[in-house]
Design a protein around this ligand. Structure first.
Ligand code: ZN
Length: 258
């Protein structure tokens, strides 16, 4: 199975116009340091690769055809992260403008189902989707973090938060040549001192200068393996494929409800 017909990074117009596509997948990442051993574009690369795997499975197992858009590199950053060289903070209005333009073009072309495959925990699309649902009530747009599609605790010894065993293992599965595990720092994170903040009852952005002062990572990547990454990525892609199969057949709002 050629993945080119599911992946707009390598697809041709000749291929794309030949098939009707049921769903568009939009990987969304960030441009930020990932400890000392993973690429800046980790969140883009992983969300893209997971989306392509999901699209391939959705077609092979369910006959549902998806196109994966090129990943968006503009991510929302915490204070402290933007101080790090080449880390780019994208404002809410910038992200909303990017998404609005993508949605407007796709809607104009007749597409009616879009799924954002988010690879960066700092991104939040919910209010954007609420706004877009009023402008495009016939466009079904959903979002979620790929790493929440399967229970990480079942696959990893020390799942963490950022550049951790999860991201490192999945990158080792897809692109072992991009991982320098021997250069990784311990990814020691510092939580909030105030109980309500630490427990998530009250939220404010973490300042990365204090949350992870040594190597930008939160989560120990030292136990990462490509095999753990392979198993987790397969579970995530299977989860997406099952969802996409159901989502592809929704034509009316009321069909989404029990
Ligand atoms: Zn990441």
């Amino acid at each position: 199975m050629q993945t080119r017909e599911f992946d707009l990074c390598t697809a041709t117009y000749g291929t794309a116009r030949r098939h009707p596509y049921d769903i568009v997948l939009l990987p969304w990442g960030a441009t930020e340091p990932h400890n000392l051993h993973l690429p800046y574009l980790t969140d883009c690369i992983l969300s893209h690769d997971i989306a392509v795997d999901a699209a391939r499975r959705a077609f092979e197992e369910h006959g549902v055809r998806c196109m994966v858009m090129p990943p968006v590199t503009m991510g929302s950053q915490n204070p402290g992260q933007r101080d790090l060289c080449f880390c780019i903070h994208s404002r809410y209005d910038t992200q909303r403008a990017i998404l609005t333009d993508i949605v407007a073009s796709l809607h104009h072309q007749g597409f009616r189902r879009l799924v954002i495959v988010n690879g960066h925990g700092g991104n939040n699309f919910k209010n954007m989707l609420r706004d877009l649902s009023t402008t495009y009530p016939d466009f079904f747009i959903a979002c979620g973090e790929w790493f929440k599609m399967a229970p990480a605790a079942d696959y990893f010894d020390q799942p963490g938060d950022h550049a951790d065993e999860i991201e490192t293992s999945v990158m080792m599965h897809y692109h072992p040549e991009l991982v320098s595990l021997n250069e990784a720092g311990p990814g020691e994170g510092h939580g909030f001192k105030i109980d309500a903040l630490r427990q998530g009852k009250v939220w404010m952005p973490r300042n990365w200068s204090y949350a992870s002062p040594a190597d930008t990572g939160i989560g120990n990547p030292s136990l990462s393996t490509a095999e753990k990454g392979r198993r987790f990525a397969a579970a995530v892609a299977a989860g997406y494929a099952g969802f996409l199969c159901q989502f592809a057949h929704v034509e009316q709002q009321q069909e989404l409800y029990e």
